[in-house]
Design a binder for this molecule. Structure first.
Ligand code: SPV
Ligand code: MG
Length: 328
């Protein structure tokens, strides 16, 4: 789609309050209703407000993201730290709560390895209490390394990981909260067959779905996985969700991924990557020109920040109040 086809960009700053109990089940309801959901990465209150509010009206259709991805990579990077599980669950929950406080869309949390089984039980309870809809944990050894970095990746023992899933499922009971097992076989240089074998084990342990991850530049291996996944016994995959994060294989569209059977499509790091580039450009332009005039082209007006954070609405009310008191 090209930008000149876009008829209208709407930013709706409706801060609707969503009760946590209701919010947990929002994602499951959306998947049931729409068939698949598009989820974008957020890393703080502001990035989340943008994704939560952004709407495009194109050819009479309203386009928007369905949910928020709280990424370990971008949460860590926002704190100036590497994506190696060095950011504690407490610190992650600070970011998660910051985002949930100002938004209304369902959230998927990147739970890294989940820690050990006991840590994972606590994490599940804390995420449900916070209002999160889904946690995805990856079958790597703690402390994991980001999947896109060029290093040796160590897969967790399948039985240890299956036990982690089982214990998480016991804690969440029958709630709409989802626990998804992320397969890192392809990241670790293993085969699609290995990923499928692990998928069967983790689904049997009660996982609500599978995320197949890949850092290939083409979608062929995740498409092959999806095809074979849907040949697994029906009772194993009934009511389960299939998830992917098309970061490196990003020429495939969400529609094409949905047709291949993916119900959750995660754009995993794009809000922070684009902000990073804009911020570097800002440093460059101010230094080169010895003033900030030239940087206006990459900076939005401060009024955008006033509006998105609710300051405009507050001053409007205050001004109305002031006018009323002047009249009386
Ligand atoms: C993240 O966003 O932190 C992820 C996806 O886990 S990836 O960076 O591809 O590992
Ligand atoms: Mg991560």
């Amino acid at each position: 789609m090209c930008l000149d086809q876009i008829l209208e960009v709407r930013i709706m700053f409706s801060k609707t309050f969503v009760h946590n109990e209701k919010r947990v089940s929002l994602l499951k309801e959306l998947i049931r209703k729409r068939g698949f959901v598009k989820v974008l990465e957020v890393h703080n209150g502001l990035s989340a407000l943008i994704v939560d509010n952004f709407q495009l009206v194109e050819k009479g259709r309203t386009l928007s993201f369905d949910g928020l991805w709280e990424s370990s990579l971008t949460d860590s990077a926002s704190k100036g730290l590497p994506d190696i599980e060095v950011v504690s669950h407490d610190s992650r929950l600070d970011t998660i709560n910051q985002i949930l406080e100002v938004t209304g869309k369902p959230m998927i949390v990147d739970g890294d390895t989940g820690g050990d089984v006991n840590h994972f039980e606590y994490l599940v309870k804390r995420l449900i209490r916070a209002g999160v809809s889904m946690v995805i944990i990856e079958d790597k050894v703690f402390p994991k390394r980001n999947s896109l970095v060029d290093t040796k990746q160590s897969l967790e023992d399948q039985n240890i990981f299956a036990e982690k899933i089982r214990r998480g499922v016991q804690v969440k009971q029958k709630r709409a909260f989802m626990i998804v097992a992320r397969l890192e076989s392809l990241i670790a240089g293993e085969t699609v067959a290995d990923a499928l074998r692990r998928a069967k084990i983790f689904l049997s342990a009660g996982a609500d779905g599978i995320m197949i991850h890949s850092k290939s530049s083409t979608p062929s291996e995740i498409l092959e996985f999806a095809k074979k996944y849907y040949q697994l016994p029906k009772k194993l995959i009934k009511n389960k969700v299939l998830v992917c994060a098309p970061t490196t294989y990003n020429t495939i569209t969400a529609d094409e991924l949905a047709k291949a059977g993916f119900q959750v499509i995660i754009y995993a790091n794009h809000m922070l990557r684009s902000a990073y580039t804009a911020m570097e450009k800002t440093c460059e332009i101010i230094l080169l020109n010895d003033r900030s005039f030239e940087v206006n082209v990459v900076c939005g007006p401060v009024a955008s920040l006033f509006e998105v954070t609710g300051l405009l609405a507050i001053t409007q009310k205050e001004n109305e109040q002031h006018d009323k008191s002047k009249q009386t």
